[in-house]
Design a protein around this ligand. Structure first.
Ligand code: NDP
Length: 276
């Protein structure tokens, strides 16, 4: 019987996960079934449990269910505990469901591929929502020199950073206090979704590498602004999407999709995005 996987979200029509995982499986001549499942807002837990009872081996989880998946899991990885959110569920041999969060690994892998090693880098993370939360531990584990977190609502950045007070490298700063001392600036806000910009000073992006977690055809509003104001290089979050999927695939199938395969998937997705 073909192994069954799925991505749960609401809405879910836009999801690229079935496409990505099918290409990962083809690389190693494996045959998997990967569906999109739109769960009702109040019916996520029941649908996931039925999926696993019905033979499902693993599931990805996207907006708005990552926190519910965190609550549902019987066991949690370190990354999931830190993110307080789960994007990958796996049925273990003992029948328990394990929750993991692979978004941060996807981000770090793509940052490294785009800008080189993160070793000794000074990083600015803008945002304090779910995506920023998932990024903090993997960034702190990448031998960086400093991680500064700023957010439109400063209190949220302060609260987030307080959870990592054992790491001296991480601090919160008001958006208005941001200077130009950063090697890499990551936009983890939802501002680009509406064509807006986080309100950091112009001078901060000059000579920095800039990364927008959002992706779209052409440059995002943040990357366009950063490029126009002297950023060395800009990159969007399409590689992060593929990187988090690669880590999920590895957890489920015990095989990490090759770098070539991941690049190929990113190129194909980029072509599809640009053709629309
Ligand atoms: P959340 O809703 O959890 O958080 C939104 C964050 O954006 C908050 O910090 C909020 O600030 C800030 N924000 C929203 N609008 C603005 C604005 N106009 N100006 C400044 N700040 C703003 O969203 P997520 O964390 O889940 O997602 C954030 C982004 O990351 C989205 O663009 C999403 O598409 C992307 N993403 C990409 C992934 C990938 O694989 N490439 C994976 C996950 C997310 P405040 O606290 O003040 O409200």
């Amino acid at each position: 019987m073909v192994d069954k996987y799925a991505v749960f979200g609401n809405p879910i029509e836009h999801s690229k996960s079935p496409f990505i995982h099918t290409l990962f499986a083809e690389e190693v001549n494996q045959n998997i079934c990967y569906q999109k499942i739109c769960a009702p807002i109040d019916g996520f837990k029941n649908m996931v449990l039925s999926f696993f009872l019905d033979g499902g081996k693993g599931a990805n989880v996207t907006v708005p269910f990552k926190e519910q998946a965190y609550e549902l899991a019987d066991e949690l990885s370190e990354a999931a505990k830190s993110a307080k959110a789960v994007n990958t569920l796996t049925l273990l041999e003992n029948g328990k469901i394990k929750g993991d969060n692979t978004d941060g690994v996807g981000l770090v892998t793509d940052l490294t591929a785009s800008f080189g090693s993160l070793n000794q880098k000074n990083i600015l993370l803008i945002g304090a929502g779910g995506a920023a939360r998932g990024a903090i531990l993997p960034l702190l584990q990448s031998n960086i020199t400093s991680l500064t977190v700023c957010n439109r609502t400063h209190e949220k950045a302060l609260n987030l950073v307080n959870e990592y007070s054992i790491f001296p490298q991480v601090k919160a700063r008001e958006v208005s206090e941001i200077d130009s001392d950063f090697d890499i600036i990551i936009n983890a806000t939802a501002a680009s979704l509406s064509g807006d910009l986080p309100n950091i000073p112009l001078s901060s992006v000059e000579n920095a590498n800039c990364y927008d977690m959002m992706y779209q055809a052409g440059l995002t509003s943040f990357n366009l602004w950063a490029k126009d104001n002297g950023a060395v290089k800009v990159q969007d979050g399409l590689g992060m999407l593929v990187g988090q999927a690669a880590r999920s695939f590895e957890i489920w199938r015990n095989h990490q999709p090759s770098v070539e395969c991941q690049h190929n998937v990113i190129s194909k997705l980029r072509e599809i995005l640009e053709s629309k």
